[in-house]
Ligand binder design. Structure first.
Ligand code: UFG
Length: 335
């Protein structure tokens, strides 16, 4: 079999047809890398794969992984293929442990067998659980409060063991709340079902849902609604590339938070969305959602200092504007 390699380093993007993975592929392609996508299209969209070869399949398919590693000279693997619905992880934990943990172990085994040693992992602030202090730094204790967060923490721990035993090198990126869309509007967020605040608020603005439910207005925050640290999906992509280049240069495994260090309440998000869209956006106050911490804000000082990460779209206004542009241009998402 011939190995495909050209002057551009090939990066295997597992979950590259999904929301964050597809933005990563566009960013890689714009920075002289070749994204090679592996995605089973359970949640991803074929139309979001535009910047490199596509393999339709799952990371549990060892033969397919071996085929990809034989065919392409893979410099590194980026893993975006986890299931990510916190609520569903509580009701269907088996699905989460199987995909997010067991299947990731298969992917890592295939890397070891094929001598691919650089791995960038989409971890989450959900690994910290209920915070003891804000902003959350990387040294904060990790006691996740739901199965989703536990699966992410298990993979972090597994990576450390794989490093010690097999020499695998990794960087874990613990995202806060990913949001926004490609400023050129080629790709965007299309989760089915959608559970995230910003796209739901924008669907309400478009009249696609009657109102946005605010999950609790009696939290110990200034306006009573939960506060989150929203981070633009392109700024996440920038951080991944910086992390990859640091890993290739230094060969040192590490973990970094990715957030803007600034919190916005649910009411603030709705207020900002009303200003941007010019729509009224009806609100319904609902019960608290189980497992929602009142405030999650991250310190990303480490990523800024060690990786030179400089978020370009940190302003909530820009995050919502780019998302709005995507939603109004693609009212039915990718379909
Ligand atoms: N919210 C509402 N109404 C909605 C949806 C959300 O009020 O219809 C609130 C939530 O209660 C929360 C905030 O808006 O306070 C943000 O909720 P999201 O569901 O958009 O995001 P989460 O903070 O729950 O979850 C996100 C990611 C997870 C990740 C988690 C880490 O989706 O993958 O951040 O906390 F694990």
């Amino acid at each position: 079999m011939t190995t495909i390699s050209n002057t551009k380093p090939h990066v295997l993007v597992v979950g590259g047809a999904g929301y964050i993975g597809s933005h990563m592929c566009k960013y890689l392609a714009g920075h002289d890398y070749m994204p090679v996508v592996l995605d089973n299209l359970v949640y991803g969209h074929r139309q979001a794969v535009r910047w490199g070869p596509f393999y339709n399949g799952s990371m549990e398919n060892k033969e397919l992984l071996a085929h990809i590693f034989n065919r392409h000279e893979i410099t590194a693997v980026m893993h975006f293929a986890a299931y990510c619905y916190v609520g569903e992880s509580v009701t269907e934990p088996s699905k989460y442990y199987r995909n997010n943990v067991s299947n990731t172990a298969i992917l890592l085994d295939a890397m070891v067998e094929n001598n691919v040693e650089n791995f960038i992992f989409s971890s989450s602030c959900a690994t910290y659980g209920e915070p003891n202090e804000i902003p959350i730094t990387e040294n904060h204790s990790q006691y996740p409060v739901n199965p989703y967060g536990r699966t992410k923490l298990m993979v972090e721990q597994m990576l450390n063991d794989f490093q010690n035993a097999y020499g695998l090198k990794y960087i874990c990126l613990r995202y806060f709340n990913a949001a926004g869309a490609d400023p050129q509007c080629e790709i965007g967020e299309d989760h089915r079902p959608e559970t995230h605040l910003i796209p739901l608020v924008l669907q309400a603005a478009m009249g696609k849902r009657a109102a946005i439910s605010v999950f609790g207005n009696d939290y110990p925050t200034p306006d009573g609604t939960c506060i989150r640290d929203y981070i633009h999906v392109y700024d996440l992509a920038q951080a991944h590339l910086l992390a990859l280049e640091k890993l290739l240069n230094d060969h040192l495994s590490d973990c970094y938070n990715l957030g803007n260090g600034e919190g916005h309440s649910v009411k603030e998000v709705i207020h900002q969305a009303r200003k941007i869209t010019g729509k009224s956006i009806p609100v319904r106050i609902s019960d608290r959602r189980k497992g929602d911490p009142a405030v999650l804000i991250g310190s990303s000082r480490k990523a800024m200092e060690a990786l030179g990460w400089r978020p370009e779209f940190a302003d909530l206004k820009i995050i919502i504007e780019t998302a709005w542009k995507w939603h109004t241009n693609h009212p039915e998402g990718y379909r």
